[in-house]
Design a protein around this ligand. Structure first.
Ligand code: FMN
Length: 167
């Protein structure tokens, strides 16, 4: 799929078919995240692929939406802040790195004909409990992954003139 096609036509999907996904397809989607750039190439991330129905149901405690755990897979992106590059003022770039990797992942999923929806409004303590996360990992983003059952909403974006300053 053409990159512009993916950028223009990806939508957040909030309804999924239950069909299981081939492992190869999920692996390609993860590969797109793996190839993402990161500050100083630190790659301070870890991705959990939750396929087990009971594990997915348990994650509902972290994000209480049926459509979220009905998808055949949930991907959870965790930062490893201690491994991340830090700016001169000590600000960690872990979340920036995760955001880039996750955007790669969502675009690659779209190119595979799959839907995603970035989930940020989850309860981190519940994700930590469900996945038994070690202390050095911080959950940053989750997404269901599956065949879309609905097309998603039409895009609504601010015009370029409102969000740019040319000097
Ligand atoms: C950082 C981030 C966090 C988000 N968190 C949620 C969320 O918790 N729940 C949800 O339904 N959508 C969430 N979204 C999806 C946004 O609502 C969606 O991207 C936005 O409305 C634009 O729609 P589109 O993705 O279809 O273009 C999130 C998106 C981003 C980038």
């Amino acid at each position: 799929m053409d990159l512009w096609d993916a950028i223009r036509n990806r939508r957040s999907i909030r309804a999924y078919k239950p069909d299981p996904l081939p492992r190869d397809t999920i692996t390609r989607v993860l590969e797109a995240a793996r190839l993402a750039p990161s500050a100083c190439n630190k790659q301070p991330w870890h991705f959990f692929v939750v396929l087990d129905p009971a594990e997915r149901a348990a994650l509902k405690a972290a994000y209480n939406q049926d459509w979220f755990c009905r998808a055949p897979a949930i991907i959870v992106a965790c930062a490893k802040p201690k491994q991340a590059w830090k700016r001169i003022d000590d600000v960690s770039y872990a979340w920036v790195d995760i955001a880039i990797a996750f955007d790669h992942l969502t675009l690659a999923a779209h190119a595979e004909g799959l839907g995603t929806c970035w989930i940020g409004a989850f309860k981190p303590a519940e994700v930590r409990r469900c996945l038994n996360l070690p202390d050095d990992m911080e959950p940053v983003a989750m997404t269901p992954l599956g065949i879309p059952a609905e097309p998603g909403n039409p895009p609504q974006r601010k015009p370029l003139s409102e969000i740019t300053t040319w000097l």
